[in-house]
Design a protein around this ligand. Structure first.
Ligand SMILES: O=C(O)CCC(=O)C(=O)O
Length: 305
């Protein structure tokens, strides 16, 4: 009999949604190498049009922190554009995006935790979902990177399985090319242990690029590349990848959404909770991803959620 060394690796996990796409060997290699992968045509043109039409229903005059149904405009500085939080409440494409077949198995694979205690409340949890509109001069500064280690953003790989704590699905809702204010990433930076000199200089100069009057972008940062996408393409990245965006130079608007996934143990970033209406109509798998747990109460007390 042929001699073999012991294989300590557990078998690969069962695919969460067998009817949906799974990452290829190349996808997994590139994700490990770069911290991100791009899925072309993740949403169809019809899905993109449906989503943009739902956003168009929100009055542009909605002030920062104002509500439109269950969606709230984020209270962030104007130089980062307009962001609407909790867009999965808008239904249609946005609701489908919770467990979209073109990425749900990717997200589940990269967050990992199959067959272990990470799945105690279910496979995944979305702690934030928003849509951002940016016009000329607007951008988001450089942030994250492997040097800035924290559990929530961390990249992990153990025994043949990914264990990332935050996987972002960033979808383009407009075509994004040169001058459009593209998302920018530093490939491989999720594994960097050395701080980028850009951050060192920024810290020395005590520049707050996030505050009102900040308005910085990733343009010109060595190692950073623009991710050009057509409407419907998605970039899936671990949050520890150093990222941000270019400043939009062209007229018009750049439209994107971001859904952030992690383990079912997480909690909502800004204190939002899926509405009772959405929980009532969502399919059981999607419902688990936005509401992993019912809370215990004494009998006879009111339970809103
Ligand atoms: O707006 C972008 O292109 C990047 C989004 C971003 O920085 C984030 O999701 O943390």
């Amino acid at each position: 009999m042929e001699q073999r060394f012991v294989n300590h690796l557990p078998p690969p996990p069962v695919v969460n949604v067998p009817s949906a796409k799974v990452p290829t060997e190349l996808d997994e290699y590139l994700f490990d190498l770069n911290g991100f992968i791009i899925i072309k045509g993740a949403l169809s043109k019809a899905e993109v049009a449906d989503a943009n039409a739902r956003i168009a229903q929100i009055p542009r005059a909605l002030p920062r922190a104002g509500w439109h149904g269950w969606v709230q405009r984020e209270d962030h500085p104007e130089h980062r554009g307009i962001s609407y939080q909790q867009v999965y409440e808008l239904g249609g494409t946005f609701e489908r995006m919770i467990d979209h077949p073109n990425w749900i198995n990717y997200v589940a694979r990269f967050v990992g935790g199959h067959d272990n205690f990470d799945y105690h409340h279910g496979p995944l949890f979305i702690d934030e979902n928003f849509y951002t509109i940016r016009g000329p001069g607007e951008a988001i500064p450089l942030h994250a990177g492997g040097h800035d280690y924290c559990k929530r953003m961390a990249y992990g790989y153990h025994d043949g399985r990914f264990h990332c704590n935050q996987i972002n699905v960033l979808v383009a809702f407009s075509d994004i090319g040169p001058g459009d204010g593209a998302t920018m990433v530093i490939p491989g930076s999720h594994k960097s242990t050395v701080i980028h000199p850009y951050f060192v200089k920024r810290n020395q100069e005590q520049r707050n690029e996030w505050a009102d009057g900040g308005g910085a972008s990733v343009d010109g940062v060595p190692g950073a590349i623009e991710v050009h996408m057509e409407a419907g393409d998605a970039i899936i990245f671990v949050d520890s990848t150093c990222h941000g965006s270019a400043k939009r130079a062209n007229p018009g608007e750049r439209l994107i959404s971001v859904f952030r996934y992690g383990s079912s143990w997480n909690r909502t970033r800004w204190g939002y909770h899926a509405s009772p209406e959405l929980l009532a109509r969502a399919n059981p798998f999607a419902r688990k991803i936005i509401h992993p747990q019912d809370y215990q109460r004494p009998p006879g007390t009111a339970a809103r959620w």
